[in-house]
Structures are given as structure tokens and as C-alpha cells.
Design a protein around this ligand. Structure first.
Ligand SMILES: [Zn+2]
Length: 145
């Protein structure tokens, strides 16, 4: 079960969507979100922050530890919260849900012009996209590689 929560970055330029696996973490676990523009003013503190391709999530680790009492035996770290999905991007990267809808719409347009090409493109779309995102350096696209 996943609920979509939107968080705006500190400078207010971007909004990212988050997933909270099993809703163990409350949205308050996100202390601050920094987009590539506003993250340039701060340095990443590994005790409470995770950085992903210029974005930084600053967690409230007190909230994380308190809410994470059910996850007994594991040290709750920013990496753990993000990589295990307890507080992570809704897609592969912050704006993924917006871009993927747009990209799919482009493909649907193609289906009317060139149905054969469309079938090829849609088959490859997921794979090609993930390869591109991994190249761009997104943490979730590179997970397990
Ligand atoms: Zn910002």
C-alpha cells in the first residue's frame, strides 16, 4: 500500500512525490527537501541526509527512529529509509510521475501515425528509459547493478 505525498523543496521551485512503504514513516520524517538549485547552498550530512543526483532529502532522524521501532534490529539510516522504500521517490526520481505520463502520451501520439513503430517503441520504452536514468546517475535506477 502506497500513499502519494508531495513535498516542495526549500526554494519552492520543485515538488517531488514520495512513497512511504507500509506507511511506517510519517511524512514528518522529511525535515527538508532540496532540489539541485537549493542544495548547492548546503553540504550533505550523511547522518541525516541522502543525496540523489543533486537532490538532497534531509530526514528528521528522531522521527525516523521513533516511527521505526517496528523495524527492530536494523539501524535506521538515511540510506535504509530511502533504499528500502520507507521514504523514497514515488518513481525512480523526483519528477518521474510527471515525465513518464508525458512520455507515454508522446508514444500514444506515435501509435496513430505509425502503429508498427509504436509497438517497437513501447516495448523498448521501459528498458531504454531505465538505462538512461541509470546513466544520469539516479540512485534507484542504479540499485542492484
Ligand atoms: Zn529548490
Amino acid at each position: 500500500m502506497c500513499i502519494d505525498h508531495r513535498v516542495t523543496c526549500k526554494c519552492g521551485t520543485y515538488t517531488a512525490s514520495f512513497n512511504f512503504r507500509e506507511e511506517i514513516m510519517p511524512v514528518e520524517v522529511i525535515n527538508r527537501l532540496y532540489c539541485p538549485q537549493c542544495s548547492s547552498d548546503i553540504s550533505c550530512n550523511a547522518d541525516s541526509m541522502i543525496s540523489d543526483n543533486g537532490w538532497i532529502i534531509d530526514f528528521d532522524m528522531d522521527v525516523a527512529r521513533f516511527a521505526g521501532y517496528k523495524l527492530s534490529g536494523v539501524p535506521i539510516t538515511p540510506e535504509y529509509l530511502f533504499d528500502q522504500g520507507y521514504c523514497t521517490w514515488r518513481g525512480v526520481y523526483p519528477m518521474d510521475h510527471i515525465d513518464s505520463v508525458r512520455e507515454r502520451e508522446e508514444l500514444v501520439k506515435l501509435s496513430k501515425i505509425d502503429p508498427k513503430k509504436y509497438i517497437e517503441e513501447i516495448r523498448q520504452w521501459g528498458t531504454v528509459r531505465m538505462e538512461r536514468l541509470a546513466r544520469e546517475g539516479w540512485r534507484k535506477a542504479n540499485a542492484g547493478q
